[in-house]
Ligand binder design. Structure first.
Ligand SMILES: Cc1cc2nc3c(=O)[nH]c(=O)nc-3n(C[C@H](O)[C@H](O)[C@H](O)COP(=O)(O)OP(=O)(O)OC[C@H]3O[C@@H](n4cnc5c(N)ncnc54)[C@H](O)[C@@H]3O)c2cc1C
Length: 234
């Protein structure tokens, strides 16, 4: 499907959201991803296609993606994305993926976002706000430093509190410090037999947490992962 770039918005020093108008109404479920094709001159070996979670909410007319830019040595794709001009047309695939809210609204949920892994949760929080649906969610967000804490407006809209874990905090930071680990997650949110743990972020981080949570006693069906390749874990 054709989409037209409209505008962008900076969320943190490294994260930016890009807004697009689809040529026709586009049905998807909060948390799903698409493949975006961005032809550009001299693409590097990673090419002209990327998967992105839609960070928008399905009832919204515009679609958005939210991405992170490497401090240096980023791909030619991301450089081309930063150069997009309003009115540029791009191609997007149909929505894919099952990293979506469970059917039972009373299921206790633990959302764990490593850095840019927050994107499916942004879509879900916006959707909860748009629909007025309420769910029992504990939200943990890991960032490298305090400047990378963003999206407060989205959390406020969904009346959602975040427990933030900072890996390289300033001396003034009064919250959780260090790296995400199964011990830290389970210490903050002891599991019940019904709870589901949704983990999203860099592939290596999600793999490690999923393995460690299973080793700590969670049943495999309680762990739902969304794996972003090619990002280093902060
Ligand atoms: C289901 C799914 C959903 C996803 N959702 C999102 C999302 O919502 N937001 C999002 O940002 N990403 C998402 N991703 C990941 C996305 O598809 C890209 O893999 C990611 O953004 C990295 O992009 P990039 O390759 O352009 O690298 P960059 O972001 O430019 O850089 C990432 C790292 O790779 C290095 N690097 C860049 N180019 C090269 C190169 N040519 N050779 C060697 N190293 C290089 C950089 O130095 C940096 O360390 C998702 C992936 C999947 C599978």
């Amino acid at each position: 499907m054709q989409i037209t770039f409209n505008h962008f918005e900076d969320n943190t020093p490294s994260c930016r959201t890009f807004y697009f108008t689809p040529e026709q109404p586009f049905a998807y479920t909060a948390g799903q991803f698409i493949e975006l094709t961005l032809p550009h001159d001299n693409p590097d070996k990673r090419g002209i296609k990327r998967w992105f979670t839609l960070s928008s909410s399905p009832p919204q007319a515009r679609l958005s993606i939210t991405t992170k830019f490497a401090a240096n040595g980023g791909s030619s794709f991301k450089a081309a994305l930063q150069e997009l001009k309003p009115g540029t047309q791009l191609t997007m695939s149909s929505p894919m993926g099952d990293f979506v809210l469970p059917k039972m609204i009373q299921t206790p949920l633990v959302f764990v976002a490593g850095g840019i892994g927050i994107t499916p949760f942004l879509s879900m929080f916006k959707w909860l706000k748009d629909t007025g649906e309420q769910r029992p969610i504990r939200f943990l967000q890991a960032v490298s430093n305090e400047d990378e804490i963003g999206f407060q407006d989205v959390l406020d809209g969904a009346r959602q509190h975040a427990t933030i874990v900072v890996s390289q905090p300033s001396a003034a930071w009064g919250g959780e410090r260090g790296h995400l680990s199964a011990d830290l997650i389970l210490g903050l949110e002891p599991p019940t037999k019904d709870s589901l743990f949704y983990i999203s972020g860099p592939e290596t981080l999600v793999e490690t947490l999923a393995t460690d949570l299973a080793a700590a006693g969670l049943d495999k069906h309680q762990i739902v992962g969304d794996y972003f390749p090619n990002y280093p874990a902060d």
